[in-house]
Design a protein around this ligand. Sequence first.
Ligand SMILES: O=C(O)CCC(=O)C(=O)O
Length: 307
Amino acid sequence: MLNEEQIRLYHEQGYLLVEDVIEPALLERLRQATAEMIERSRSVTASDAVYDLDEGHSAATPRLTRIKSPHVNVPGFDEVMHAPKVKAVLQQLLGPTVRLQTTKLNTKAPGGGAAVEWHQDWAFYPHTNDDLLAIGLMLADVDEANGPLMVVPGSHKGPVLSHFRDGVFAGAVDPDDPLFERDRVVTLTGRAGSMTVHHVRILHGSAPNQSDRARLICFYECAAGDAWPLAGSSTAVAGLDQQQVWDWIRSRTYYGEATTSPRLANVPVAIPLPPAPDSSSIFKIQKSAGAKSAFAPGQQPAANEAA
Ligand SMILES: O=C(O)CCC(=O)C(=O)O
């Protein structure tokens, strides 16, 4: 599915944009299922195992930051992992064995839906090696106005910046960190059905949604089969006993054979502990730990952001 140039670019820059990765019929089913989930959230009054509510959420005006684990909670989303183009891209970039860690459907609400502060996913879930990435399937068109994903090309090869504030894991870098090269930011916009790919160590974030349309991107966090989570990182295996870990590893290995021989690489690791007061989602981590916002009024916009 990817040509040699795209594979080379992914390894060099740490991201890609791939178009038309699923069939139109599946895309339409996912869009409808998402609309139904948002509709159902009208009766929800507090964030729970399925919904992460944004500020201002009410029965009259549903405002979600996220629907959690849509591959489990929403019909159709698990099928994306079996779409031939998606599978081909993942195996080309991660190898024959690929494990799905989790999914999250970020439904950034119209009219100011929450920003995701700049971060590296690796800071949340370090593994024995860094052959991990997230794909982001766009369920609706994503443009400059509705809070697209932004990345700093090549930053996956650089340092892992501090994601701590006052000694607590805040899930975001300090926008004034001199290692954060904001003048090199690239914005990833695309049509519904397109997919972003970003390396687990690339710096990325997204601004509030200033449009009147939801920004709907479903992220699938994927790992090479021999990348094993480290204890203390925020993964779905935390708190499971050994049989449950083994069952989880096997059930989440979508392609290839699960292995019990992790590959150890020389990777920089800072376990994300002590945790933020609320660790229930990236939004709650960043907010409850008081992460400094790169998108607050008065902060300098990144280079390619819409004015
Ligand atoms: O929704 C976005 O724009 C970014 C999401 C993200 O980076 C995350 O959920 O970790």
